[in-house]
Design a protein around this ligand. Structure first.
Ligand code: SF4
Length: 476
């Protein structure tokens, strides 16, 4: 997309969905599950279905609705896994589309991965020296190779041996001819949960996918857990596989700030409730400003803006209208039109903002490219004051766990002070939530159990060290 229309957000890399059932249409349910997870990746998608002997694959570049526009009725079986992808490691090319599917000495094998392996380059280099050839540039293929080369007698032991060698963030679904195995890394960076159908089981990155397929949310897959689903009726077997568990989990705090859908529950914390509370915490921290109304940068800032308004006792109003139909392609605007191009996505509601002192709540400022444009629009529409309140602390550091944070030098808070950012975006004041306030809003999780590395460079597993040793010669 044209730079001037890019949103100023961090981007989730992927979402995964899997289902085991002899009575449900597993391909159709996977399609619906992926549809619900579309916000986690829009570049490519795929489904692999297994019937016990064969695996059928359908995948391509684009959105779920486009890739599967001719339906999925030809995919027959009783197990399926699917994937939606947004790439940062591995190019956005058809050959990197997941799930990956291979044949090994145990039969068919398919794999979907959400996350990022920090030592994938080192493992890839070692495997290549041993004669392994790679068909993609995604780190997921490394896991497939480790699995296929393992000499352990069972697939569960092979998976344990493979994942004990990888580092970083991963929620992985592995499908063989007779089972689906769901694995979550020992820190639990990326979400993964288990749902029950009337006759069968499903696993998904977020619980919102269960609602669409009529499944009941049972629980989160635990950090460091392997769930083996090989029966529609028996409860999946749980195996804690890490040779050593970390002292704390490190669930990604940005899932609650922005990535996950409002209607999901992740690690026992409902996302909407966390966002409302973030707004309340922010209101408590900004008692010295006295606005007439609270508005949000739609849609992601809306629950927090509602929370802010509830806490501050001032009205929440819709001061910006979002055009929901802006796609990825459009006729290029002229130079004159470019200045107004942000209006293609967002436009102020003049009768709401004119003459008012406004608090505008948004979830994050990453590169600082859109906040200034929005403030300018609001002022042009007659707003008297615009105070920008952000429900995350300044994003100062890169994420190595499957989130596209851009390079550190592109992060405005890595280069500028808060006062400089405020001046740059033209706001009357700028307030970021405190780290403590943000963590307090996620009351279901211990403060030490959350990853906040993109705000403080404290990488829970020392990923910055691991990444610095990664070979630089991976060719796309
Ligand atoms: S570094 Fe930030 S975006 Fe990445 S996992 Fe941690 S909290 Fe999430």
């Amino acid at each position: 997309m044209e730079r001037f229309l890019q949103d100023d957000k961090l981007h989730e890399e992927c979402g995964v969905f899997g289902i085991y059932s002899h009575t449900e249409d597993v391909a159709l349910n996977t399609y619906w599950g992926l549809y619900a997870l579309q916000h986690r990746g829009q570049e490519s998608t795929g489904i692999v279905v297994a019937d016990g002997k064969h695996m059928q694959v359908k995948k391509g570049m684009g959105l779920v609705a486009d890739v599967f526009k001719d339906g999925v009725s030809e995919l027959k079986g009783h197990m399926a896994i699917g994937h939606v992808r947004y790439s940062t490691t591995g190019a956005s090319m058809a050959y990197n589309t997941q799930p990956l599917k291979v044949y090994f000495d145990g039969g068919n094998l398919a794999l979907s991965h959400n996350g990022n392996l920090t030592n994938a380059g080192q493992l890839r280099e070692q495997l290549a020296k041993d004669g392994v050839v790679f068909q993609t540039t995604v780190d997921t293929e490394v896991v497939l190779s480790l699995l296929a080369r393992s000499r352990k007698p069972t697939i569960e032991e092979r998976v344990a041996e493979a994942v004990n060698q990888i580092q970083g963030a991963y929620a992985i679904l592995i499908m063989t001819d007779d089972k689906i195995i769901a694995v979550r890394d020992p820190y639990g960076f990326r979400p993964l949960c288990l749902g029950r159908m009337s006759e069968g089981w499903c696993v998904a990155s977020e619980s919102c996918a269960f609602d669409l397929v009529g499944a009941e949310m049972i629980r989160d897959v635990k950090s460091g857990e392997m769930l083996v689903i090989d029966s529609a009726t028996q409860v999946p077997r749980s195996i804690m596989w890490p040779e050593k568990m970390p002292q704390h989990t490190a669930h990604c705090i940005f899932e609650y700030v922005y990535f996950a859908r409002n209607d999901s529950i992740i690690d026992k914390q409902d996302v909407y409730g966390a966002r409302i509370q973030m707004g309340r915490e922010l209101a408590k921290e900004t008692k010295d400003i006295h606005p007439d109304i609270v508005i949000s940068a739609p849609d992601s800032g809306t629950p927090a803006a509602v929370g802010y308004a509830l806490e501050a006792g001032i009205p929440f109003m819709e001061g910006l209208t979002k055009n929901r139909y802006v796609g990825r392609t459009f006729i290029q605007p002229t130079q004159k039109q470019r200045q107004n191009a942000v209006r293609l996505k967002l436009n102020p509601v003049r009768c709401v903002v004119k003459g008012k002192s406004i608090v505008m709540v948004d979830d994050s400022i990453v590169r600082g490219t859109t906040s200034g444009k929005i403030v300018k629009l609001l002022k042009e529409a007659g707003a008297r004051e615009v105070h920008v309140c952000i429900t995350s602390p300044p994003v100062t550091d890169s994420c190595y766990y499957g989130i596209d944070t851009s390079e550190r030098k592109e992060l405005i808070a890595a280069r500028c002070s808060e006062a400089e950012i405020c001046e740059y975006i033209g706001a009357d004041s700028l307030h970021y939530i405190s780290m403590e306030g943000m963590k307090r809003a996620i009351s279901a999780i211990e403060p030490d159990g959350l990853c906040c590395a993109c705000f403080n460079a404290k990488y829970p597993d020392g990923a910055d060290e691991v990444i610095s040793r990664e070979p630089k010669n991976v060719v796309e």
